[in-house]
Design a protein around this ligand. Structure first.
Ligand SMILES: Nc1nc2c(c(=O)[nH]1)N[C@@H](CN(C=O)c1ccc(C(=O)N[C@@H](CCC(=O)O)C(=O)O)cc1)CN2
Ligand SMILES: NCC(=O)N[C@@H]1O[C@H](COP(=O)([O-])[O-])[C@@H](O)[C@H]1O
Length: 210
């Protein structure tokens, strides 16, 4: 597969980077037609940075604590991202809420994976909240990023049962496996132009099975 056929992407992380690893792995085997131009983290200690280094991918660290406010951090982040001219920005465990200016700049080319069956359980600490709510099922969602945090149009979801013996840790482990399956699938759909965002609506060129 030539580089001209691969979708140029930048991946934003904050921590472990297991979703980054899933994308990396499928990119390296050719299953996922993307070219990861850079991995950018707001956390210098993010384990995902080591994953990128091992794969020979350029990394950048931009610590949000070094900026007076969210707006100046996001503008600095946009400047770095745009230097790589990606066609898609992939949030993979990126733990900062992004400003309207950032979202507008990348609207339709900015996606996220969230560990719940959106629109239920937006925000943080979803596994524990799902257990506390006594839910019988849980899941993960890939969505376009909009101003409404975790409220953007949903691209793909995966569902798992919640067992009586489940803990937040066992749920997190099973959800991560599903994330690693659906995130590359959703990115591939975007790369192959099977989906696009029009306003707040997702236009499917061909339905995707989860
Ligand atoms: N404008 C948007 N920004 C972000 C979205 C989005 O849909 N719209 N998705 C999130 C990802 N996310 C959950 O999937 C999420 C990440 C972080 C937070 C949050 O409350 N962050 C705090 C800091 C938390 C920390 O540093 O540990 C904050 O930014 O103040 C909520 C949801 C990514 N951004
Ligand atoms: N609200 C954002 C959020 O909670 N994202 C979640 O953080 C984890 C990152 O794991 P990873 O760094 O190993 O990909 C993933 O479970 C992802 O869904």
């Amino acid at each position: 597969m030539t580089s001209t056929q691969r979708l140029p992407i930048v991946v934003l992380i904050s921590g472990r980077g297991s979703n980054l690893q899933a994308i990396l792995d499928q990119s390296q085997t050719g299953q996922l037609p993307v070219e990861i131009r850079a991995v950018i983290s707001n956390n210098a200690q993010a384990q995902g940075l080591e994953r990128a280094h091992r794969a020979g991918i350029e990394t950048q660290v931009l610590d949000h604590r070094h900026y007076p406010n969210r707006e100046t951090f996001d503008r600095a982040l946009m400047k770095i991202i745009d230097s790589y001219t990606p066609k898609l920005v992939v949030l993979a465990g990126f733990m900062r809420i992004l400003t309207s200016e950032f979202v507008r700049h990348y609207q339709g080319h900015l996606i996220n994976i969230h560990p719940s069956l959106l629109p239920n359980f937006p925000g943080l600490d979803t596994h524990r909240r799902v257990l506390l709510a006594g839910m019988r099922e849980h899941g993960a969602s890939v969505h376009f990023v909009t101003d409404k945090v975790d409220g953007g149009p949903i691209i793909l979801q995966a569902r798992i049962p919640v067992y009586p013996e489940d803990t937040a840790e066992t749920l997190a482990a099973r959800i991560l496996r599903e994330e690693h399956r659906i995130y590359p699938k959703a990115i591939r759909a975007f790369a192959e132009k099977k989906i696009r965002l029009e306003g707040e609506q997702i236009v499917w060129i061909k339905p995707l099975e989860a």
